[in-house]
Write a protein that binds this ligand. Structure first.
Ligand code: ZN
Length: 348
């Protein structure tokens, strides 16, 4: 089964990859929003390169090369990623939150890249190319990026680098310029929603909203151990009920980070709505059912002074939460930190 069967919106990006087949690039940069399947695409292309059957549109899934690859043991394949992503499923992109106790690294370190030349300069085990996927490429620290650049500048024969990035602009220009760009477009809201329903995700609209429309990210969040707690928090935010928000009570650093993240997303949605745009993270939030606005008179949709004042209040609050969010990972007391954030919450 091809990656386009499970993630059909990747068709355009797959065509871009296939179109280059006559003159294969030694470095590809697959980029787009987080949580839309770029890693699955990069891996599917790697498998396609390593497949030993007569070339078809996709890897055959049956040959020795495909068996090695799918078993995670292909000798000509390496996947480089931060320690925090170890063991993450094929289609996942980033962990929802770090472990509550250990702190696995979120960076790709230079030692991980330095080990590559030995692998790349050894003769291919299966007589084909050797493929390295780096994901997410922007997680490389400076030394790792500079080390990879050396390999990109003088690529060993038969090597193919597939860089997967959620944020192309965070890569150093010298790396970007040595890669062929493959842009992955996010699926439409309805396509993403249908996909989540087929995946039997409960409350798909809520999770898709929180993930900013990225379906794989939405599924990961819905399946995460904290999903129930997140739904409680979303319910409290939807009504913007300070009492319910105070009662949610983050118990540790991870919950506090979640709390500030959702509070910030909610504030940004309020700013978008009150400024005349549409909400992104809380799709059901509208001007008409906005709990932070006084009840409008019937048939009066024109923005009034209450809405203008509310926009100013939410703008200032969104900035405040944004500043505080960077501190949320080092609080002395999660409960007090959260109560302090809530004290400034604009209300009707
Ligand atoms: Zn095959």
């Amino acid at each position: 089964m091809s990656v386009l069967h499970s993630l059909p919106w990747l068709g355009d990006a797959w065509q871009q990859l296939s179109a280059r087949e006559a003159s294969p690039a030694h470095a590809l940069l697959i980029h787009g929003a987080e949580g839309i399947g770029k890693l699955a695409l990069g891996r599917a292309w790697a498998q396609r390169i390593l497949c030993e059957a007569t070339p078809g549109a996709f890897a055959c899934g049956q040959c020795d090369g495909c068996h090695w690859f799918l078993g995670g043991q292909h000798p000509d394949y390496r996947q480089i990623q931060p320690e925090a992503l170890a063991g993450v499923e094929v289609d996942a992109e980033l962990p929802v939150s770090a472990s509550k106790t250990a702190k696995p690294s979120l960076e790709i370190k230079v030692d991980q890249i330095r080990a590559l030349p030995v692998f790349l300069n050894t003769q291919s085990h299966r007589g084909r190319r050797r493929v390295v996927v780096v994901h997410p490429a922007e997680a490389m620290n400076t030394n790792a990026a500079n080390s990879l650049l050396k390999s990109l500048e003088e690529p060993p024969s038969g090597a193919c680098f597939i860089l997967v990035s959620n944020n192309r602009d965070q890569l150093i220009p010298t790396i970007r310029s040595r890669c062929v760009d493959i842009a992955v477009v996010s699926p439409s809201w309805s396509t993403a929603l249908d996909w989540l329903k087929k995946e039997r995700v409960d409350d798909p609209e809520i999770w898709l909203g929180l993930a900013g429309g990225a379906p794989l990210l939405a599924r990961d969040r819905a399946e995460h151990a904290d999903a129930k707690r997140v739904l409680q928090l979303v319910t409290a935010l939807r009504s913007c009920d300070r009492g319910a928000l105070e009662a949610w009570n983050p118990t540790d650093r991870v919950e506090l980070e979640l709390f500030t993240e959702l509070l910030q997303k909610y504030a940004h949605d309020q700013v978008r709505l009150l400024g005349g745009g549409a909400s992104i993270f809380f799709p059901e939030l509208k001007i008409k059912n906005n709990p932070t606005l006084p009840k409008e008179r019937p048939n009066n949709d024109r923005p009034g002074p209450a809405r203008a004042a509310s926009l100013v209040a939410w703008l200032s609050y969104a900035r405040h939460v944004g500043k505080q969010r960077s501190l949320a990972s080092h609080p002395l007391n999660p409960r007090l930190f959260a109560l302090d954030l809530l004290s400034g919450l604009p209300q009707a």
